[in-house]
Ligand binder design. Structure first.
Ligand code: NI
Length: 153
């Protein structure tokens, strides 16, 4: 069975600025399959590649599976292209920081551009918890953790 273990702080891979994906090959598909398995097993709603020990610009997310059917989403080379002026505060946890949550203020909605596992360009706008989750996972790709933020009131 594949190793589904998740890296915990203070593992240095969590502080790396991750490299863009350039090869949309079987290894990338295998990575995302493993990441989704690890995320669901944890159980969590988002997982970034560095948390899986791989310093690549990849994250996976499924914000609704705990309440509905699984809807796995895979983001390769994601970038934020727009965000709302208004701010929302969510209580965030991180699979790499066990037993800790923090209230983080972030833009209430964001528009991302990314590629699928096949390299196809995609865009999407995320609101509510998904907006916070995508920003949390994007941060991981730059070595930023939710606990780096000041606790929101
Ligand atoms: Ni996290």
């Amino acid at each position: 069975m594949a190793d589904l273990s998740i890296r915990l702080v203070p593992d240095p891979v969590l502080r790396v600025v991750c490299a863009p994906v350039t090869e949309f090959d079987a290894a990338l598909a295998e990575l995302t399959t493993g990441m989704l398995a690890a995320m669901y097993a944890a159980p969590g709603r988002g997982l970034a590649a560095p948390q899986f020990g791989v310093a690549s610009r990849v994250f996976v997310m499924d914000t609704t599976w705990k309440d509905a059917d699984p809807t796995p989403q895979i983001f390769i080379n994601p970038e934020m292209v727009d965000c709302a002026d208004d701010v929302a505060i969510w209580e965030e946890g991180c699979l790499s920081i066990p037993d800790r949550t923090i209230r983080v203020a972030r833009p209430a909605s964001v528009t991302l551009r990314w590629q699928g596992v096949d390299g196809a360009p995609q865009t999407g706008t995320f609101t509510g918890f998904a907006a916070a989750c995508t920003q949390h996972e994007l941060d991981h790709l730059d070595g930023v953790l939710c606990t780096d933020y000041p606790e929101a009131p």
